[in-house]
Design a protein around this ligand. Structure first.
Ligand SMILES: Cc1ncc(COP(=O)(O)O)c(C=O)c1O
Length: 330
């Protein structure tokens, strides 16, 4: 398979814009900062899952699915975008969400409801642990469910980010100074695995520090190893000849704070600074934390002022409404 022969369903608007953030750069006395605006990818207020779902749901349609199941946290952006795509394609959508049904329905959850998704509350199980049982129940009623993995992070989702880095490389053609770093939020690993494969494919000498969002290990597997395996299997799927080792998985765990979805002072500062310097909205869980990482790396001198840096905006702003108190408190 190659990127052009994989089944695909168009869902978004590509290429997403590439913009420069001169005021943020000045405020940090840092390098030129560029931003890849995947928050403007379309599909229900945008985000990085639009790219992944084009390939994943392309496969679902080939397989003749009539419903999709996926999983995430109550405020999952991945679930919101899957629900929207399913609505657009006339597929029933089941979301297995962590926690209990909240009293107030807002943010992404409000949008899930509007898209007609059926929410199943799974308590501690926010990473799709309960998907197999639900699939069995749906099959018993004659349905043909298609399982979209947690975060859209399988080989098809990662392939979308191989394409994304190729897209960026073309947009950067003509940039006088080569990019030093690409900083992004890494959570279920598909974005990172795809970028790693594309870096090898393009033979691009750029650093790819993923900012870790979630402390948890997935089913006992160390996250770095999971990303490594996914990069390896994605390269194999696409026929990219590349060997990976753990040293290729660049992950920064310094900005985890109190853990997944707990908004701290550094996320609050990152969200406000980006909003007030550039008029751009980040989200409280992923891009707010990743931007806190970029700010910290610049302030500590780990990212110097000598080469431009790119921040990959992966979306998520609808969650701001659900986290309003946390984002505003000081
Ligand atoms: C807004 C946002 N950014 C980044 C990510 C992380 O991407 P990945 O799951 O591919 O690591 C997610 C995942 O849900 C997300 O919703």
């Amino acid at each position: 398979m190659t990127l052009t022969t994989l089944p695909r369903q168009s869902l978004g608007f590509f290429p997403t814009p590439l913009v420069e953030l001169p005021r943020l750069s000045r405020a940090l006395a840092g390098p030129p900062i560029f931003m890849k605006r995947d928050d403007l990818s379309g599909l229900a207020l945008g985000g990085n899952k639009t790219r992944k779902l084009e390939f994943i749901l392309g496969e679902a349609l080939v397989q003749g699915a009539d419903c999709v199941i996926t999983a995430g946290a109550a405020q999952s952006n991945h679930c919101r975008q899957t629900a929207a795509a399913a609505a657009q394609l006339g597929l029933e959508c089941h979301l297995v969400l962590g926690g209990e049904q909240p009293a107030e329905i807002t943010g992404n959850l409000l949008l899930d409801e509007l898209f007609g998704a059926q929410c199943h509350w799974a308590g501690e199980h926010r990473k799709g642990e309960d998907i197999p049982q639900l699939a069995t129940r749906l099959k018993a009623t004659g349905k043909k469910p298609f399982l979209v993995p947690y975060g859209g992070s399988n080989e098809l989702g990662a392939a979308a980010f191989v394409e994304a880095l190729c897209e960026l490389k073309q947009q950067l053609d003509g940039l006088s100074q080569p990019l030093g770093h690409i900083v992004f939020a890494s959570s279920s690993g598909g974005t990172q695995a795809g970028l790693m494969v594309a870096k090898k494919l393009l033979n691009w000498d750029v650093e790819l520090p993923g900012i870790k969002i979630d402390k948890d290990e997935s089913e006992g597997q160390i996250f770095e190893e999971m990303v490594l395996e996914l990069a390896t299997s994605t390269a194999r799927l696409l026929g990219v000849e590349a060997e990976f080792s753990l040293s290729d998985v660049q992950l920064n765990a310094d900005y985890l704070g109190q853990g997944y979805g707990v908004v701290g002072e550094s996320e609050r500062e990152a969200i406000r600074l980006t909003a007030q310097q550039e008029g751009i909205l980040l989200d409280p869980v992923y891009t707010g934390r990743a931007m806190a990482g970029l700010i910290g790396l610049i302030r500590s001198g780990k990212i110097g002022a000598d080469a431009p840096v790119l921040f990959w905006h992966t979306g998520g702003a609808p969650a701001l409404f659900a986290y309003a108190e946390d984002v505003l408190s000081s």
